[in-house]
Design a protein around this ligand. Structure first.
Ligand code: CA
Length: 234
């Protein structure tokens, strides 16, 4: 039923075996590689639907591999989940910064692994948010054409910066963005930003969302994410 193909790049044989076993059991096709260089050639040959990429690899590390994937047209949109050591939030920030779609900390449970893989496959490639696309997420409606935000049918007043931020986050539910990414991608150079501290804008947006403030989740040490109802926190 689920024939998605996953390339797993991992140098620790026990972890590689564990990941491979659990993915296969769930019906995924799995191809493995034990280092970055081998991983790149396997990806070129196998054209996978997703890559699970260990950060710490001999030779080319996970960041190098991810950068190279993003630099090439054929793999620019290939979903990548970075596998990092627990507690290394700075590694996650680096990983997301070079274009990883998501991350998972070691050690992880099989359930967590499968949920994360499914969530990333479901979300599909990262797209620029369509500047004219109306976004509806539960109680929240963001209408870029009329520049309006409503929650539970009630209209809210947002500054242009707050508006861009909520539109961007709501357009990519479940994805985690670093503060730097939000400044660059959500708010952007076009805007005159009075305060370049993202936390200030997030706080203002949450306050206006009132009882729905938890639609925007804080990912500790990393950044922010718009709540995704299925997938992320199973
Ligand atoms: Ca490793």
């Amino acid at each position: 039923m689920n024939a998605a193909k996953v390339v797993v790049i991992e140098d620790e044989p026990d972890i590689l075996e564990l990941i491979e076993y659990n993915l296969r059991r769930e019906g995924f096709e799995v191809v493995t590689a034990a280092n970055g260089r081998a991983g790149l050639s396997v990806i070129g040959r196998e054209k996978p639907d997703l890559v699970l990429l260990d950060l710490l690899l001999p030779g080319l590390d996970g960041l190098d591999v991810c950068r190279r994937l993003r630099a090439v047209e054929s793999t620019r949109d290939l979903p990548v989940i970075m596998v990092t050591a627990r507690g290394e939030e700075s590694d996650v920030v680096l990983g997301l910064g070079v274009g990883a779609d998501d991350y998972i900390h070691k050690p992880f449970s099989p359930r967590e692994l499968i949920a994360r893989v499914r969530a990333v496959l479901r979300r599909g490639p990262m797209r620029e948010s369509d500047p004219d696309q109306r976004v509806v997420r539960g109680p929240l409606v963001v209408d870029p054409v009329r520049h309006r935000v409503a929650v539970d049918g009630r209209r809210l007043e947002f500054t242009p910066t707050e508006f861009r931020l909520v539109h961007f986050l709501a357009s990519h539910p479940g994805r985690v963005f670093t503060r730097g990414q939000l400044l660059d991608r959500a708010i952007g150079d076009r805007a005159i930003v009075i305060d370049r501290n993202i936390d200030v804008h997030v706080r203002a947006v949450r306050k206006k969302l009132g009882s729905h403030r938890d639609l925007i989740e804080t990912v500790r040490g990393i950044g922010y994410s718009f709540r995704e109802d299925e997938g992320r926190d199973v």
